[in-house]
Design a protein. Structure first.
Length: 204
């Protein structure tokens, strides 16, 4: 199935209420952990859950992709899996945006076929299965009012005409690991190209 550019634009409007209620993903810095200690990453949102990894006491730019119901634990990705950390020891950062009004550190990818799309500050670098990596200059970025709203409609100068990407806050899994993400993307490399879907992160 192929989707036209007007249809993707319409999706940008119809999802107007999807992301505004939350501010994830968000980068955090570890705080309040002794220099000779670590912050445990656990299999579930609770101190009784199994320890599966750890964060250094000075870890920075850790992406939290979900919270538990009480908002006391945050889900993070480590290696090829997701785990939970106590948000008591995590200080949230403000979202950062570049000159094109895109989140700093944005990187997206998808499977079947494998592809990636990376923010290069002025262009988006696409790397697909059948061609060499190419930088597509950004033409326009349409935003939604709200500092914590990361939805973006991105139009780029692609090899087959205008390429379009719709970035939105929604749970996502890459299908290849146990990692979870809070940003999703739909990508068309040209007006008549197939719609590719994938996950995005703010922490490359």
């Amino acid at each position: 199935m192929r989707f036209t550019l007007p249809l993707i634009t319409a999706c940008f409007a119809c999802l107007a209420g999807l992301a505004g209620a939350h501010d994830l993903p968000r980068l955090h810095d570890v705080q309040g952990v002794a220099a000779d200690d670590v912050l445990n990453i656990r299999s579930g949102p609770g101190a009784a859950s199994e320890i599966i990894s750890e964060l250094a006491p000075d870890a920075r730019g850790v992406e939290v992709v979900a919270r538990n119901e009480t908002g006391t634990w945050g889900q993070v990705n480590v290696e090829e899996m997701s785990g939970w950390v106590s948000l008591r020891y995590m200080a949230p950062r403000d979202h950062e945006f570049d000159a094109q009004n895109l989140p700093v550190g944005l990187s997206c990818y998808g499977t079947e076929p494998f592809w990636s799309l990376t923010n290069m500050d002025g262009s988006m670098r696409y790397d697909g299965p059948a061609e060499d990596a190419q930088d597509m200059p950004i033409e326009t970025v349409q935003t939604v009012e709200g500092r914590n709203d990361l939805r973006r409609m991105i139009r780029m100068r692609g090899p087959d005409g205008t390429a379009s990407a719709f970035l939105y806050q929604a749970a996502c899994n890459d299908g290849m690991s146990d990692r979870n993400f809070a940003l999703s993307i739909g990508l068309m490399m040209g007006p008549d190209g197939p719609l590719l879907s994938g996950c995005c992160t703010l922490s490359r």
